[in-house]
Design a protein. Structure first.
Lengths: 159, 159, 159
């Protein structure tokens, strides 16, 4: 193992800031399916596969219609799909951005704009706020990743 | 190029374990759409775009209903969507976990718990086992990624 | 910070080639949802959440049916889902491939085969070309990632 610190070490404050933001967003990505599970168990509906309507310890008293879409469950699935369109891109774009050596302040501003915008988007989506509110937070999250990619692209094109 | 070994070198057994598990999971992620393709070709149904119902070398004898959802094909699509909710998170969480320097044994246990749980989940889903069986394997896969993220978060918060 | 160059530095031409291709693909991944947004605004239809049909500055004159699937909008959503099945895999597979030290020429061929195949796939999908045309480009993109993963797997298994 190399002894001196490298870019991808927690001694590098830009990398440490990234790891913190990335870990928070990974938890968000990983916990959203659990919200879907909890909602499905609560309403005992919104299942997707034919076999899920069978009697089992998790579904002791099957009723008809359990395979129909259920808005309470579907909302959590849409939130999950929205995460899939955004969080993996953030995770990879953030890592490449760290590797081209951005200023710490710029990195912190972009990472935390993203995390806060996604947190606000989550609340707006879960509580069914007006589309425009959700769209505004989504825009901030999208633009902060695009800014990281453009910075990275500029660095590689002018190296 | 630096000559001494670094964390992200195959000389680091934790990284090598990650690269092996990650490569297996990448193949899983990349082959699932091929399973959808093979199923679509087999039943000549379950297409999604209007133009897919047109006559072509791959669809020489169009019949009506080819654009309707087909459970045999949809099952593979749901398996793919389930992969998308899990595998990219594993790939990034695993890499960050390697970068904060976990013990080799812990890394191997978490990586292989994930790979085995996903393999079992694939079999349970493809053969339409009771929901509870599939859910159990899914839970192991989800918890092993969450454990990696929590370890990473602890390292960055206590650095 | 370490001074000598490492594998993950823009001084490494394989890494620089990866960062360029990855940035282009990240922009593609991030801009596809904007295409969905633009299409939704243009036809004022194809919304997904019940609250999106309410009156608001972005939806000043609600009409019934705005929550029904709209093919013009759904096409962009399917393109986005197709991106999700492919681009995150490319981003991670490409990075691991760089880390196991492939020849520059092989890396450039695989990265640019992927980027060009996805660009052609985008055009074929957006303009609703025959399924076989889209499928051909998709196959090139899929095989180029699979090749990277197999190369990586070979390196880790024969280390």
């Amino acid at each position: 193992m190399t002894i001196e610190s490298t870019v991808l070490s927690l001694d590098n404050p830009v990398f440490a800031a990234y790891v913190l933001a990335a870990s928070v967003m990974l938890l968000k990505l990983l916990l959203q399916p659990w919200m879907t599970v909890i909602r499905m168990m609560k309403v005992r509906a919104g299942f997707r596969s034919p076999e899920d309507a069978k009697q089992s310890p998790l579904n002791p008293a099957p009723v008809s219609g359990q395979l129909e879409p259920n808005e309470y469950v579907e909302r959590s699935r849409r939130m999950n799909l929205n995460d899939l369109e955004s969080i993996p891109a953030f995770l990879v774009a953030g890592l490449l951005f760290v590797l081209v050596g951005p200023p710490l302040l710029l990195a912190e501003v972009l990472f935390w704009t993203y995390v806060l915008a996604r947190a606000a988007h989550f609340v707006a989506y879960a509580t069914a706020q007006l589309h425009d509110v959700r769209a505004t937070f989504w825009t901030f999250s999208s633009l902060s990743i695009i800014a990281m990619v453009l910075y990275t692209l500029y660095q590689v094109l002018t190296r």
